[in-house]
Design a protein around this ligand. Sequence first.
Ligand code: PEP
Ligand code: MN
Length: 291
Amino acid sequence: MRESWHERFAESPDVLKSAWRQQTVVPILDLEIGADEFITMAGPCSVETEFQLMATANHVRRAGARILRGGAFKPRSSPYAFQGLGLEGLKILARAREESGLAIVTEVMSEEDVPMVAEYADILQIGTRNMENYALLEAAARSGRPILLKRGMVATIADFLRSAQIILDCGNPNVILCERGIRTFETAMRNTFDAAAIALLKQISHLPVIGDPSHAAGHRELVPALARIAVAAGADGIIVEVHPNPDEAWSDGEQSLDFAGFDSMMRELKPWLALRDQAGTSEAEPMEAAR
Ligand code: PEP
Ligand code: MN
């Protein structure tokens, strides 16, 4: 890593690569994030009903997803919009986990909810609106669960790394960084997908990095292309919204893929993932030879 990045991000020293720490691997049940396998997390924006979540879990698992997403506590832009099922949503997630074998990632929105959400979730998601809620970051970190930290929609990379540093400072090494799009002057998409941030984070940080094409795009037609871009930028995985009937979804239907859309996204990703694997092998070769 160039020395200047060290200077630029000097406030977040533990997040940066060093001679003794090149890549953190976050273990989740039987899988690893940040290792060789590209990890797809998929599921609805919100948990709505048991039927909706089970159908989605079973479908995305068969199509290759490794982790099930679904919000029980929803940070909505409008106070009158659906706020999530809360504890009932967590219980539905636990049943889906049992039935499908998939690990669960779900958002925790407040410090007081951390113990309850941590009881049900394999990964705690910190949403874009809470990236700088330091009390929440500390409470989530101390739960001991791995943390999926979403980049604030108006956060610089330095801000993002500072929040990750706080989690590491609390003694929790299992942080996954998520680029989910930032606010720019462009309004055609819900956010602007900062693919360069993924490339930079992969160069400077040892933490796993994933992309969220759904919240970046805001339109389901763009999700497969942004997923491919995430692979090309070097991401360790993606988190994608999928719903059995997106037009009827209680939140984020516009950007949610239906089952057929998810299948074709996964199919279209395959050649890009094969290229990624090849690049990984050729990068490893000089080291093999040097041994
Ligand atoms: C979500 O994952 O549904 C969500 C609310 O994400 P973000 O915090 O990135 O908007
Ligand atoms: Mn959503």
